[in-house]
Design a protein around this ligand. Structure first.
Ligand SMILES: *Cc1c(COP(=O)(O)O)cnc(C)c1O
Length: 380
C-alpha cells in the first residue's frame, strides 16, 4: 500500500460557513425556519423560478414529501429507473405504492423515455426521473409523456443543482423536484435537501406536510389565527445550523461548479484517446445540456476489468467506487417493486461503471489520479 491517499470525496469549506453558523447561534434560533433557512430558500427560488422551495433534512425526505403530494397509495405504480439510489424507490414504497423499474439510456445513464412509455398501465400515477451524474435526463420527452398520460412528473435532481437542459435549470420541469446537499454532492451541508414545488396547488399542503401536519407556516405568516393539526405530516425541516452552513455553499455554487467542471474537462481530455483505444466509455454531455461536474465515471468493458481497476487504484492509494446495485435486482426491489421490459443496459452499466475522485479541493491530485488510472488501463 502506498502512502498516497486520494479519497473519492472530501467535504470543504468554501466561504462563510463558520461565520454564518456563529451568527445563527448568536441570533438564538437553532430550530428550523429561521433567517438562514429563508435566505437559502430565496436564493434557490430565484435560481429555479419556482413558486416555492422548502429546505428539508435530506433529498430522501424531499422525495417522501413528493410521494405524499402525489397522493400515492396501494395499487398505484410509479415509473422510475432501476439505476438510481434507493431513496427514489423508498419514497414510493413508504406510501404502499409500487415502483416500476425501467431501463436507462446507454448514453445518458438516465431513464429511457421509450422504456418509460412502455411501462405505463392503467395504474400508473407518476414518473420519477433521475438526473444521473448531474446530466439532465431527456426531461422534455418525459414531461410530454407525463402530460399526455395525465401523470405527475417528479425530478430526483439530487445530483443536478445548476445543470441545464436547453438553457433551463434541472428541477424546473417536473411538478416537483428534489435536491440533495449530502456531503457527497456539489453543494453541501453534511445532510440536507430541498423540495422544489412547481405546481402552485401543492405549495400550501407541502408546508403542512413538512411541519408535522400543522399549519404552523401559515400561522407565522399571519394567514391563519390558530396553529393546529390539519393533515398527515412529519418533521422534514433542517435546523438553522445546517441552513447557515448551506447558505455559504449556495452563495458559492458558481465557483464550485466551475471548479468541478474544470476537473471534469481535465479527466475528459486525459481519457479521450485512451478510451477509444481501450474500449472504455467516458461521459459525454448530452446535446443542449450543460452539466455541473458532479461526477466523472469510466465504463469498463467487463465486470472483471472493473474489479481489477478498482483493486489497482486502491493499492496505489486512490479510491474509485462503483455505483448502484440495480434496484430491480436488490432484495427490497424484488419484494416491493417490479421491472418492466428489458433492463440489460442497467445490468451492464451497473457492472462496469467506476467513479473517479471528484471534489472541490481535489487540486493537483487530479493529475495523480490520471497518471495511476492510465497505468491501470494500459495494463488491462
Ligand atoms: C444522493 C441521492 C439521493 C439521496 O440524497 P440524501 O440527501 O442523502 O437523502 C437520492 N437520489 C439520488 C439520485 C441521489 O444521488
Amino acid at each position: 500500500m502506498s502512502s498516497l491517499q486520494v479519497p473519492f470525496n472530501k467535504p470543504s469549506l468554501v466561504g462563510n460557513e463558520i461565520k454564518y453558523m456563529r451568527d445563527a447561534v448568536r441570533r438564538g434560533q437553532l430550530a428550523g425556519d429561521g433567517t438562514y433557512t429563508e435566505r437559502c430558500c430565496n436564493l434557490l427560488k430565484a435560481q429555479l423560478e419556482a413558486p416555492s422551495v422548502l429546505l428539508t433534512h435530506s433529498c430522501t425526505a424531499a422525495l417522501e414529501m413528493a410521494a405524499m403530494l402525489c397522493d400515492l397509495g396501494p395499487g398505484d405504480e410509479v415509473i422510475m429507473p432501476s439505476f438510481t439510489f434507493v431513496s427514489t424507490a423508498n419514497a414510493v414504497v413508504l406510501r404502499g405504492a409500487t415502483p416500476v423499474f425501467v431501463d436507462i439510456d446507454a448514453s445518458t445513464l438516465c431513464m429511457d423515455p421509450d422504456a418509460a412509455a412502455a411501462a405505463i398501465t392503467a395504474n400508473t400515477r407518476a414518473i420519477f426521473a433521475v438526473h444521473y451524474a448531474g446530466f439532465p435526463a431527456d426531461i422534455k420527452r418525459l414531461a410530454a409523456l407525463a402530460k399526455t398520460n395525465d401523470l405527475f412528473l417528479i425530478e430526483d435532481a439530487a445530483q443536478a443543482l445548476g445543470s441545464t437542459y436547453q438553457g433551463k435549470q434541472a428541477g424546473t420541469f417536473g411538478d416537483a423536484a428534489t435536491f440533495s446537499f449530502h456531503e457527497t454532492k456539489n453543494v453541501i451541508s453534511g445532510e440536507g435537501g430541498a423540495l422544489v414545488i412547481n405546481r402552485p396547488e401543492w405549495v400550501e399542503r407541502a408546508e403542512i406536510i413538512r411541519e408535522k401536519g400543522t399549519n404552523r407556516s401559515q400561522f407565522f405568516r399571519g394567514a391563519v389565527d390558530k396553529y393546529t393539526w390539519v393533515d398527515a405530516g412529519s418533521s422534514y425541516l433542517p435546523g438553522e445550523l445546517i441552513a447557515a452552513f448551506l447558505l455559504a455553499q449556495i452563495e458559492t455554487q458558481d465557483a464550485i461548479r466551475k471548479r468541478r467542471l474544470s476537473v471534469f474537462d481535465t479527466y475528459f481530455e486525459a481519457f479521450e484517446i485512451l478510451a477509444e483505444e481501450r474500449q472504455i466509455t467516458i461521459p459525454k454531455t448530452p446535446p443542449n445540456c450543460v452539466g455541473n461536474g458532479h461526477m466523472f465515471y469510466l465504463l469498463m468493458d467487463s465486470l472483471g476489468t472493473r474489479t481489477e481497476f478498482i483493486k489497482f487504484m486502491k493499492q496505489r492509494g486512490v479510491i474509485t467506487p462503483f455505483h448502484y446495485v440495480p434496484l430491480h435486482s436488490s432484495p427490497a426491489g424484488q419484494r416491493f417493486g417490479r421491472k418492466s421490459g428489458d433492463l440489460s443496459v442497467t445490468d451492464r452499466i451497473s457492472a462496469t461503471l467506476v467513479r473517479l475522485p471528484m471534489f472541490f479541493d481535489l487540486g493537483g491530485d487530479v493529475e495523480t489520479v490520471i497518471e495511476i488510472a492510465t497505468e491501470a488501463l494500459k495494463n488491462k
